[in-house]
Structures are given as structure tokens and as C-alpha cells.
Design a protein around this ligand. Structure first.
Ligand code: AMP
Ligand code: GLY
Length: 406
């Protein structure tokens, strides 16, 4: 059994570790210097290199981490060449790669979400902003923006300045009040099964302050979300997958639903066409089911028969990032590990330099700990974080605290 994982961050390290439990041979492309200490990495960044490698090596599955290759149609090309892929085609990936497409799909199918208006360009959105006065308002760039395409703005000046930073279609959205959680559907296009709920912490600093990031930490499970599971499955996931089938672009892989639980119930904030980073790092250590079985079910249309089994432990993941992220930051800082740790390390922005690991990205690594409850997992992960050092390291100290303590 050979599995090729596409991507090179903490999420892909977590995928490799989960699949390794089944004894598969794992290749990560491009991976990173930290992942390469455990798994074979190939420096591919181009679809043709991946296609050539697949035609020669015939992997059983190609599993996708990030959204960009999905939006760029890698699955379309690989599947045409007979390579089984766990991830959606470019048409199905529009659910993430175009916010305007996703909003229209939700509106047409009465899927609960924030009310919105879509504009062809920032100038039209600007005209609308100048004539309306209800703040806060949420501004979203239509296309993929690595977490930088969304702003919650409190006044006209901030709205106009954010509009200047984006191009293409723009979505203006009602500001929703509530608390956030994420739910993933594993789907073959027809049937689906949902995972545990996870919660991401998107803001850079403690107390949910500072700019939005790709995610500074996550935890699983989220017991207070459980009472909404059936409603989300019936009113969000099921009609979303049906709508994509009806458009002739069935979605296969992992559908990520980012949700706001409001006074009126759950509403969709966003869809992603893949697993979350860092949610995956927290989620997968709790999965008892073989990940290979999940890949098989997705690619053979048998997700309905899948038996998902989860540990009843809790999991907490904390990201260590470079000072300055999500803005500009310095790299090349040596990672110092002062002692053995109990937590799992999932490497993100790191590379190997003269036999040592150095930082090379914004989100440098994730530490993940399990415990009988969130408090126990938190204690373990934060104990271990103190033993890892690099110049300018940053992490949040309130990941997985109860909501009223953040
Ligand atoms: P998105 O990439 O669309 O999930 O947006 C990033 C973050 O912006 C979300 O995780 C929320 O914290 C916030 N956000 C997005 N849309 C809304 C909304 N309509 N109301 C309130 N907050 C939002
Ligand atoms: N953690 C949010 C994301 O993966 O998009």
C-alpha cells in the first residue's frame, strides 16, 4: 500500500502519521524538513511532476491537504490518468475557491448563512458601503486568499481601506453573533459521515485579539456543539452535497463546514474543500478507524458503510508561530528542543539546514497532546511548549480554555 500526500505543513504531517498506523508506505510532496525526519518527502510543487511520479509508482491513493492544488484541478488530471484521489475536482472545489459561488449555492438551496450581496469589483462594493451605515459588516474577497481575504470592519474608513487591498468579486456579509465550531464531512459525493466537532482559534493573540490567521490552535471534541449535529447534517451538509451533485460536480473528499452557532441556530461562515489546519492535528489522533479504509470508502463510493470509531479522549493542538506572522516575519531561526516531550510534534514551516531544523514559515510547528479531558490535554501541551525554543517564538496561552475564560 502506497499513499502520496500532497502538501507540506502540520496538517500533512498529521495525515502521514495517521496513515502510517496502517503500515502504508508514505510519500509527502513537497513535505518539509521536519516531516522528512520521519517520512519520505519528494520536492514536487508541479502537477506534471506528480503525474509522472504517479504513472511510474502507481500509488493506491493521493490524499490532498491544501486547497490550491484542488482549485487548480490536480484531481481532474490525476483521476483522468486512473490515479485514485481523495479530494474534489476543481468544479466541486469552487465551494471554497469562490465565496460568491458558495453564497449563491446556499441562497438557492436555503442553507442557513449570513445574508449577503455580491459585487463584480471593489468599486461597486465601495459604492454600496458609502450608501449603507450598519456596522460591523464582513467583507470577503471572492477567491483563495490564505486566510487574508476576510475582514470584519467596524467603520467606513476600515471598510474602504480593506477594499483597496483586494481585487475581483467581493461579497459583503451580515455580521453574525455567536460562537464558532467546525464540522467535517467525509463523503464519496453521494453519502457522507461526519467527524468529531473541532474548534479553531483564528485570532493571533490571547483573548481573541489581533488579526485573523490560518489558525493558532484547535481542540476536539466540542461537546456543546453535539446537540446541533443532526440539524447541521440535515440542513447544511446534505443539501450542499446534493446541490453539487445536481450541478454535475459531485464533491468527493472532506467537506469542511465553518459554522457560527447563533441564537437562531447554526449558520455557515464558510466551506473549505479539505481538512482544516490546525484542526486535523487535533482530530486525527482521536481517530481509531483506519484512515486507509476512509480513503477506500471515498474513492469507491462506499462511505455509507464506513464505521467511524473515535477515542473518548480530548485533544489540544497549539501552534508555535514566527514573530510577525501573519504579516512579514524572519526565518532561519534554529529550533531548540531541551528535553523529550510527551506531546506529538507536527512540523509546518521548518526546513533542514546543516543537519539542524530551522524555521522557514509563519506557522512553524504544532504540538498536540491528548488527555482524559481538555484540561489534562492543555496541561500536557503547555508543559511541553516551554521546552521548545526559537528566536521570536509566539503562541497563544488560552487555546482550549472554556469560552467564558477567553
Ligand atoms: P471565513 O474565512 O469566511 O471563515 O472567515 C474568517 C473568520 O472571519 C471566521 O472564522 C469568523 O471568525 C469571521 N467571520 C466570517 N464571516 C463572518 C460573519 N458573517 N459574521 C461574523 N464573523 C465572520
Ligand atoms: N483552520 C482553518 C482552515 O484550515 O481553513
Amino acid at each position: 500500500m502506497t499513499v502520496l500526500i500532497i502538501g507540506g505543513g502540520g496538517r500533512e504531517h498529521a495525515l502521514a502519521a495517521a496513515i502510517a498506523k496502517d503500515g502504508a508506505q508514505i510519500i509527502v510532496a513537497p513535505g518539509n524538513g521536519g516531516i522528512a525526519r520521519e517520512f519520505k518527502c519528494l520536492p514536487f510543487t508541479d502537477l506534471n511532476e506528480v503525474l509522472d511520479w504517479c504513472l511510474t509508482n502507481q500509488p493506491n491513493f493521493v490524499v490532498f491537504g491544501p486547497e490550491q492544488p484542488l482549485a487548480d484541478g490536480w484531481v481532474d488530471v490525476l483521476e483522468k490518468a486512473g490515479v485514485p484521489c481523495v479530494g474534489p475536482t476543481a468544479q466541486a472545489a469552487r465551494i471554497e475557491s469562490s465565496k460568491a459561488f458558495a453564497k449563491e449555492l446556499m441562497a438557492k438551496n436555503k442553507i442557513p448563512t449570513a445574508s449577503y450581496e455580491c459585487f463584480d469589483n471593489p468599486q461597486e462594493a465601495q459604492r454600496h458601503i458609502l450608501s449603507q451605515a450598519n456596522y460591523p459588516i464582513v467583507i470577503k474577497a471572492d477567491g483563495l486568499a490564505a486566510g487574508k481575504g476576510v475582514a470584519v470592519v467596524e467603520n467606513e474608513a476600515d471598510a474602504l481601506s480593506f477594499l483597496e487591498s483586494i481585487s475581483g468579486k467581493v461579497v459583503l456579509e451580515e455580521f453574525l453573533v455567536g460562537w464558532e465550531t467546525s464540522l467535517f464531512a467525509i463523503t464519496d459525493g453521494e453519502n457522507f459521515q461526519t467527524t468529531l466537532f473541532a474548534r479553531d482559534h483564528k485570532r493571533l493573540n490571547d483573548g481573541d485579539q489581533g488579526p485573523n490567521t490560518g489558525g493558532m490552535g484547535a481542540f476536539c471534541p466540542v461537546p456543546e456543539a453535539e446537540k446541533w449535529r443532526e440539524e447541521i447534517e440535515n440542513n447544511v451538509i446534505s443539501p450542499t452535497l446534493k446541490a453539487l451533485r445536481d450541478l454535475g460536480s459531485p464533491f468527493r473528499g472532506f467537506l469542511y463546514c465553518g459554522l457560527m452557532i447563533t441564537e437562531e441556530g447554526p449558520k455557515v461562515l464558510e466551506y473549505n474543500c479539505r481538512l482544516g489546519d490546525p484542526e486535523t492535528q487535533a482530530l486525527l489522533p482521536l481517530l481509531n478507524t483506519s484512515f486507509i479504509e476512509i480513503c477506500e470508502a471515498v474513492t469507491t463510493g462506499t462511505v455509507g458503510g464506513l464505521k467511524l470509531d473515535w477515542s473518548d479522549q480530548s485533544s489540544v493542538c497549539v501552534i508555535m508561530s514566527s514573530q510577525g506572522y501573519p504579516g512579514s516575519f524572519n526565518t532561519g531561526h534554529h529550533l531548540d528542543f531541551s528535553r523529550e516531550i510527551q506531546s506529538l510534534i507536527r512540523f509546518g514551516g521548518v526546513k533542514e539546514e546543516a543537519g539542524r531544523l530551522v524555521s522557514s514559515g509563519g506557522r512553524v510547528l504544532s504540538l498536540v497532546a491528548l488527555g482524559d479531558n481538555l484540561a489534562e490535554a492543555r496541561e500536557k501541551v503547555y508543559g511541553d511548549l516551554e521546552t521548545i525554543d526559537f528566536s521570536g517564538k509566539h503562541f497563544r496561552k488560552d487555546i482550549a480554555l472554556p469560552r467564558n475564560q477567553i
